[in-house]
Write a protein that binds this ligand. Structure first.
Ligand SMILES: [Zn+2]
Length: 443
């Protein structure tokens, strides 16, 4: 079993004791943390020692909602008149892009995005995937990219009726079973949820099939909810129900279900989220980008909802999302006292709780027995660092710090900002070629 010792780190443990340890050490064996703190090292003979040189050493970050397939959208302008609303953003951009992807595009889009994620200190990504032209087996393409970069992932295929009724149900079923088999043979890297797009693209028959299938597999769901008013309006017009009521009709809410966005949830729907112990992941930059409004994050927290934060394909950089979240709340409520610590707690604590509901290996803290997912940013604090000041360092310092080292599942995957186990130049050149071909296919 390989072993690794980190020395001379400014440890931020984020464990139950929330310790800040100067000149601290972390000892790792295999993919688990063995010891954390200021301990004698004579008994250990690590294969490798990393000198953190006084930088922060903290748990790897967790992205609670991503779309890795969005990678090749960067800089792309859909043909025709610009999208005027959320529905047109979907139909003119995202539903054209995902249809243009072949299996190799899916693999490379994930590879590139996961490389960015690793370089931003992220070690686990919860993804929501769509590629109708290469649907079956597409989650295996994503998994391959996770394995090559070295990260952990929770995958779901986005079922909708927009191209074909019930499209993607079998891919979710297959992949959930595959993950279960992998876990039984001791491979816990990947996990799965039953993916659905949103109520606005799911008819009653499909929703019932998804519910029956996921319940028989004992799986939670990963689904967009009340992202834009149109989702609320369509659900009310067609079915006479609010979004959470309709989900409840089909038994979708629960402790392993992630609802994404929730911009237009009413107070009673927040109660339903809480009473079913469901998870809600918001993506502030994405909501801002689409001009959708402001999710009632602080109300959600007051209702006791487990709120997380994701990037929704906007980027693979997590800390910037927590920053966007608190700035968004303050701007909209014109109140400089709001949401600072809440945004950090959502990023560092709630995302961990969400993740630990979906994976069998505990992570998100520097403590013995935890998965050895660790980031070492190039960040030596020049003002006091302790429990009172840490969130200020996160939002004003770490947001802009380069990550020097990322360790995922006990393996060093980013070293001095690079991924030495991958031929980055060749991958980028290959992706540039693919992007041209993808763009040419979108008309
Ligand atoms: Zn999304």
């Amino acid at each position: 079993m390989s072993s690794l010792l980190i020395t001379n780190g400014h440890l931020v443990t984020l464990d139950e004791e929330n310790r800040f340890i100067e000149n601290g050490k972390v000892y790792i064996e295999g993919n688990r943390i063995v010891e954390v703190g200021d301990f004698p090292t004579e008994n250990y003979t690590p294969d490798r020692t990393i000198d953190a040189r006084g930088s922060l050493v903290m748990p790897g970050l967790i992205n609670a909602h991503h779309h890795l397939y969005s990678t090749f959208a960067r800089g792309f302008t859909p043909p025709g008149a610009p999208a005027q609303n959320f529905e047109e953003i979907l139909s003119k951009l995202w539903w054209k892009l995902d249809c243009a992807l072949d299996a190799e595009d899916v693999y490379y889009s994930a590879l590139l995005a996961l490389m960015h994620a690793a370089r931003a200190g992220c070690t686990t990504v919860i993804d929501h995937h769509s590629s109708p032209s290469c649907r079956d087996g597409s989650l295996d393409q994503l998994e391959q990219a996770f394995r090559e970069v070295g990260l952990s992932g929770c995958l779901a295929y986005e079922v909708s009726d927009r191209n074909q009724e019930g499209e993607g149900i079998e891919e979710n079923e297959r992949y959930i079973r595959k993950c279960r088999n992998n876990h039984e043979s001791g491979d816990g890297r990947m996990s799965a949820l039953f993916g659905m797009h949103a109520l606005m693209t799911l008819g009653t028959r499909t929703l019932q099939r998804c519910a029956d299938s996921a319940h028989s597999l004992n799986s939670g769901f990963h689904v967009h909810a009340a992202e834009d008013e149109i989702d609320v309006r369509v659900t009310m017009e067609l079915y006479g129900r609010r979004v959470m009521d309709r989900f409840l009709d089909f038994g979708i809410p629960g402790p392993k279900t992630i609802f994404v966005h929730g911009v237009h949830f009413q107070s009673r729907e927040l109660d339903l989220l809480r009473s079913t112990d469901s998870m809600l992941v918001n993506n502030p930059e994405s909501n801002m980008n689409n001009g959708l409004g402001v999710a009632p994050i602080l109300d959600m927290l007051k209702h006791g909802v487990m709120v997380g934060v994701g990037t929704d394909g906007m980027s693979s950089h997590l800390i910037s999302q927590a920053r966007a979240m608190y700035l968004h709340q303050r701007t909209c409520q014109r109140d400089p006292t709001l949401a600072f610590s809440e945004a950090c707690e959502i990023l560092l604590h709630n995302n961990r709780t969400i993740c630990n509901r979906l994976f069998s290996e505990p992570r998100g803290a520097l403590a013995p027995g935890q998965l050895a997912d660790i980031m070492i940013p190039d960040y030596v604090p020049f003002t006091p660092l302790n429990a009172d000041t840490f969130y200020g360092h996160v939002l004003f310092g770490l947001s802009f710090a380069r990550v020097r080292t990322t360790i995922a599942r006990g393996r060093v995957i980013v070293e001095d900002g690079l991924l030495p186990h991958l031929d980055e130049e060749a991958i980028r050149a290959h992706c540039a070629e693919r992007a041209n071909r993808i763009w040419a296919r979108i008309t």
